[in-house]
Design a protein around this ligand. Structure first.
Ligand SMILES: NC(=O)c1ccc[n+]([C@@H]2O[C@H](COP(=O)([O-])OP(=O)(O)OC[C@H]3O[C@@H](n4cnc5c(N)ncnc54)[C@H](OP(=O)(O)O)[C@@H]3O)[C@@H](O)[C@H]2O)c1
Length: 311
């Protein structure tokens, strides 16, 4: 089968292999014919060795996590899926998958769910990691309520775009940071207030917020404590809780490590099918151009998601 693999850590080192081995099925796992995959920052971060302290890759390694495809075989003990099911989820190797940038993948049945019926392949492949991340932070960890105020950093990115919609669905007032040229896009997603992060300091404009969702990290994370009210909460996709700032501002700070799971994917598919969330496809690349797709996601100011079409 065709697969996008790396043979070493590095920047832009993906190669397209025509005769990669189809991954082997195992108990509790499913074999899937992949239709479309999507790119997340973790894909190029893994290639560049950022995650190597956590998990050392063995080479050659197929990259990719998020996908949609059709089940072609199931392993011993799999009860929820059968051949012919259209599914979406994660095949990332960090969670025991075989990698999604390939014509076939094997992954654990707990990392997938039935594909949203109203989503096309690009949309379904774009959702898993960003949607589960946003849902877990805003619904589970923050328990955001109607009428509360939330600041979402990186509103035009993959996670931010979905987070705005989830927060609006829950009835919150949403402020977001992004580049000025994304204003119309963010208004369409439902953002109430948009701050051009390159020309304005969000902490000068916002105060007494109930929650901050940080998808940027660094200085943005640290400055965010200033906009929270006492008892507020900040969840970061990149930073460990800063206990000093937590005590100083009397707020809760949590770091998030997203675990893709069938239950959240199922809830998100329902939201999608009810038209309550949508996903913007910024650009699609063929599998042969996987290297360019990762480079584009990393180096461009993307609006939503980048996908890789496989069949
Ligand atoms: N911990 C976990 O389990 C986990 C899971 C998923 C993702 N992540 C991490 O979470 C981060 C976001 O993921 P993603 O998929 O949403 O990435 P993404 O699609 O690349 O979005 C990042 C967004 O941040 C914006 N941005 C950059 N600097 C900013 C600033 N100073 N202020 C406001 N916005 C800024 C970018 O906008 P412009 O490009 O227009 O400047 C971009 O829209 C990544 O670092 C990813 O690795 C962590």
């Amino acid at each position: 089968m065709k697969a996008a693999q790396i043979n070493e850590y590095g920047k832009d080192v993906i190669e397209i292999i025509q005769d990669a081995k189809v991954p082997e099925l195992a108990p509790g796992k499913v074999l899937v014919k992949v239709h479309t995959a999507s790119v997340n920052p973790i894909d190029w971060k893994m290639s560049e060795g950022y995650m190597s302290q956590w998990k050392k890759l063995s080479f050659p390694q197929t990259l990719g996590g998020d996908f949609t495809g059709t089940v072609t075989d199931v392993g011993e003990g799999v009860t929820q899926y059968e051949k012919g099911d259209d599914v979406y989820g994660s095949g990332i190797i960090l969670a025991g998958g075989s990698g999604a940038f390939a014509e076939y993948l094997v992954t654990n049945e707990k990392l997938i769910s039935k594909k949203p019926e109203k989503a096309n392949n690009m949309e379904a492949a774009a959702l898993p990691l960003v949607a589960v991340s946003a849902w877990d932070a805003i619904s589970n960890k923050m328990d955001l309520k109607k009428g509360q105020k939330i600041l979402i950093h990186g509103g035009s990115g993959g996670i931010g775009s979905i987070a705005i919609q989830i927060a609006k669905y829950l009835g919150a007032y949403v402020a977001t940071t992004a580049r000025k040229d994304k204003t119309e896009y963010l208004k369409k997603l439902g953002a109430d207030e948009i701050i051009d992060y390159r020309n304005e300091r969000f902490e000068d404009r916002l105060q007494d917020y109930d929650a901050v969702f940080d998808t940027v990290g660094g200085d943005t994370y640290r400055r965010s404590f200033q906009v929270l009210k006492i008892g507020g909460i900040i969840v970061s996709m990149l930073e460990q809780p800063d206990t000093e700032l937590m005590e100083k501002y009397k707020v809760t700070a949590l770091g998030q490590l997203t675990k893709i799971n069938s239950e959240d994917l199922k809830s998100l598919a329902e939201l999608y099918d009810k038209g309550l969330i949508t996903v913007n496809i910024d650009r699609a690349f063929p599998l042969d151009k996987a290297r360019e797709a990762l480079k584009y996601q990393r180096d461009s100011s993307v609006k939503g998601k980048v996908v890789i079409e496989i069949d």
